[in-house]
Design a protein around this ligand. Structure first.
Ligand code: NAD
Length: 476
């Protein structure tokens, strides 16, 4: 089960001001009017706005980097790789694909409906509310926005109050780039979110934890809003005896340590075949030294925990008796070393909920079937990673385990692949985005059958009985 984020979570030194309900209503009314004017419908307008967002990412790059350093100890290189660069890539891809996405697709219905042509016409949803979390605060607020703009919508973005510095920069970037009746940013925490969810949006796009996810889902039900939930979960990694252990070790620890483990698709726990367990652990420790040196607290590529509440939550999960590597913590700087725990039991605290920190619990298994049985103790994960040299192992896991997205012999990279519709299933979310999926998530596909007046088959009208032989053959 994903960790239960409290709806009252905050705790960063800098406070984000709440937004009043009356201000939200003003923005909403202006956006509704703008949307109804049809101004967002043309391809030229959408392209221009996507170009503006891409340019804004360059213009604000240094401010974004400073904010992410303040919030998460993220350096400029990582900020580019995991935030700014991804949004720019999304914009370029959307600009290239826009004409194809917008084009109505034609098809021929069956003979029983002839003569006619079917059109599938994408239509923007209208008013969108995008609520973002704190762990990749910029990218998770602005990448969904790319889809919203490409599909011809208006949108309000609500960044997380927990990543306060980033929230401020996102608000500045949006105000500097867009007309507020098209795209606006509303800042604040629970109070603001509660005002936002009290009114109707055509689509709620939420990224975050399951507790707030449920609140958002209730609001969607109340207003018959379309709902996209990008949640989390306990994402397993499996290593079989035939895996390339040297490569697996590096890729697993890179996936775990990026953003100090505060990644929704990070490998949460590791299931490794007993025969290669010791060698893999040794290689993982070597990989971490290669990335961050003897003391990761001194490495500029290694981040910090977002706030004191999360620091305490994660630090408590380290069982000193099971530490194979790492285990050091420093409350003053919210530093938690990359940590590997061995001989972990399924009932240990670290195996009960999403870790969302740089701790990797390891469980040795006899075979793939035991690994699959352990994975099935938790609800559908957001990601799954399998390291193996055998295609039959790959087939077994892909056929039998239900998860959002994942990789074979890699971690994390599914997130950056535009061909992957990124999203969860069941407890890890509903709906998907990135690449083509972003456009369709922010669109309704209107199906329209255009009938010809050339002839009008009498057998379509009553009385039917005399034509039933032919009707049966035509319908199928
Ligand atoms: P969270 O659910 O606490 O907060 C997310 C957003 O909801 C924030 O903007 C917050 O201000 C807002 N919010 C808080 N209380 C609210 C309320 N009562 N009503 C409405 N909105 C409210 O999540 P978080 O702690 O920011 O993020 C961590 C979780 O997000 C983890 O479970 C992680 O796996 C998940 N996550 C998922 C993805 C993904 O793409 N699937 C990406 C990042 C994080």
């Amino acid at each position: 089960m994903p960790f239960e984020t409290s709806p009252t979570s905050s705790g960063h030194a800098r406070a984000v001001p709440e937004t009043e309900a009356s201000r939200i209503e003003e923005i909403r009314a202006a956006q509704l009017k703008f949307f109804k004017s049809g101004a967002t419908l043309t391809r030229a307008f959408r392209e221009e706005q996507l170009r503006a967002l891409s340019s804004a990412m360059e213009k604000f790059e240094s401010k974004i980097a400073a904010a992410l350093f303040e919030d998460l100890g993220k350096n400029a290189a990582q900020t580019y790789i995991t935030e700014v660069g991804l949004v720019k890539a999304d914009c370029s891809r959307a600009i290239k694909r826009l004409a194809g996405w917008m084009k109505p697709r034609a098809g021929l219905p069956g003979i029983a409906l002839a003569p006619a042509i079917t059109h599938r016409v994408p239509q923007p949803l209208g008013l969108n509310l995008i609520i973002a979390p704190w762990n990749y605060p910029v990218q998770l607020a602005l990448a969904p926005l790319v889809g919203a703009i490409a599909a011809g919508n208006v949108a309000v973005v609500k960044p997380s109050e927990v990543s306060a510095a980033s929230s401020e920069v996102i608000a500045e970037l949006i105000a500097d780039t867009f007309a507020p009746e098209h795209i606006a940013c509303v800042t604040g925490g629970v109070e603001t979110s509660t005002h936002l969810l009290a009114v109707r949006w055509d689509h709620l796009f939420f990224t975050g934890g399951p507790v707030v996810g449920k609140i958002v889902a209730h609001a969607a039900a109340e207003h018959f809003s379309r709902l996209t939930l990008e949640l989390g979960g306990k994402s397993p990694t499996i290593v079989t005896a035939t895996a390339n252990l040297e490569v697996a070790a590096k890729r697993i620890m890179f996936g775990k340590c990026t953003n100090a483990g505060q990644t929704c698709i990070a490998p949460d726990y590791l299931l490794v075949e007993r025969s290669v367990h010791d060698e893999l652990l040794t290689r993982m420790a070597t990989a971490v030294k290669g990335f961050y040196g003897e003391d990761p607290s001194q490495a500029s590529d290694y981040g910090r925990i977002i706030n004191d509440r999360h620091f305490e939550r994660i630090a408590k999960l380290i069982d000193a008796d099971k530490v194979f590597m790492g285990g050091q913590t420093d409350a003053a700087t919210r530093y938690i070393a990359p940590t590997i725990l061995r001989d972990v039991g399924v009932d240990d605290a670290v195996m009960q909920s999403e870790i969302f920190g740089p701790i990797l619990p390891v469980i040795a298994v006899d075979d793939l079937d035991e690994a699959i049985a352990l994975i099935e103790r938790h609800p559908n994960p957001l990601a799954l990673y399998l390291f193996t040299g055998e295609r039959k192992d790959e087939k077994k896991v892909l056929d039998r385990v239900s998860f959002g997205d994942g990789c074979v012999n890699q971690t994390l990279i599914q997130f950056a692949d535009h061909n992957v519709p990124f999203g969860g299933i069941g407890h890890s979310g509903t709906g998907a985005y990135h690449g083509d999926a972003s456009f369709w998530t922010f669109s309704h596909v209107k199906g329209v059958v255009r009938a010809s007046n050339m002839f009008d088959m009498s057998l379509r009208y009553p009385p039917f009985e005399k034509n039933m032989g032919l009707i049966r053959r035509l319908i199928g």
